[in-house]
Design a protein around this ligand. Structure first.
Ligand code: SAM
Length: 245
């Protein structure tokens, strides 16, 4: 029986590939990769010769159709992105959606993912978390997106390019306030580090340190009740609601 396998790849450290991921990549009929050149390097390292085809965010429906048809005919299709879990801020979800519509089996292998590693290492509450991924690039939309998150008490997780981390921290301070944050940098790699503090602490840190590498921004959730007081400003004025009869 054919199937679509979503196969996570390392986010830096090659030892994070799983045995099952390697076996799946080896035995698949074809590997659909976000960037075939990038995946080729990974396959060479592990001496895997499975044929590659490209599947990325700009792939048209024809490409999805083609992969699904192959699976319907019995092929094992492995889907990989450049790093980490496919379909998480990466291509993959369109293919899963279509496969399920067509009753093609979808099998997801667990593995490396930057957001979850950052969350656990941040030291913030893991009870509830809200993965946002990449914020919009345009300032107005970014501010709006952040403002929409203001009342969420879950820990917030963002992916961000090193070129925008500083601006994003400023935007976070202006919309969400001077909350606790952690920058998780270069996870699983040689210069892995967590920079923890309030947003202002981190903005001070940014002044004297270069922002290089890959980052996850982890932000403490809203304090329970904090927003209610602000929204119901009238409730503290001792003004009784006037009802006209
Ligand atoms: N699918 C991936 C995953 O499962 O984590 C995420 C892909 S997304 C296009 C890339 C973003 O993930 C980067 O801009 C960065 O925010 C984050 N990221 C990926 N690898 C990372 C690492 N080693 N350390 C910190 N952040 C990382």
């Amino acid at each position: 029986e054919g199937a679509i396998f979503l196969v996570p790849t390392p986010i830096g450290n090659l030892e994070d590939i799983t045995y099952r991921a390697l076996n799946t990549l080896k035995t698949a009929n074809v590997i659909a990769a976000e960037d075939t050149r990038n995946t080729k390097k990974l396959l060479n390292y592990f001496e895997i010769n499975t044929p590659l085809t490209s599947y990325h965010e700009h792939s048209n429906l024809g490409k999805i159709e083609d992969l699904i048809r192959q699976a319907e005919e019995g092929a094992k299709i492995a889907v990989v992105s450049d790093a980490g879990m496919p379909a998480i801020s990466d291509p993959g979800s369109g293919l899963v959606e279509e496969a399920l519509k067509r009753n093609v089996k979808v099998i997801v292998l667990p593995g490396a993912n930057a957001a979850l590693a950052a969350l656990v290492g941040s030291g913030m509450s893991t009870n509830e978390f809200y993965f946002y991924g990449f914020l919009p690039r345009k300032k107005k939309e970014k501010i709006e997106a952040l403002t929409d998150l203001k009342k969420i008490s879950a820990t917030l997780l963002f992916y961000e390019s090193p070129f925008r981390v500083k601006d994003t921290l400023e935007n976070i301070r202006d919309t969400l306030g001077n909350r606790k944050v952690a920058l998780a940098r270069e996870l699983t790699k040689r210069f892995e580090e967590y920079i923890r503090g309030t947003v202002d602490d981190l903005l001070a840190w940014v002044k004297t340190n270069e922002l290089k590498g890959e980052f996850v921004i982890v932000v403490e959730g809203a304090e329970a009740g904090a927003e209610d007081a602000e929204d119901n400003w009238w409730s503290n004025l001792g003004v009784k609601e006037h009802v006209d009869h």
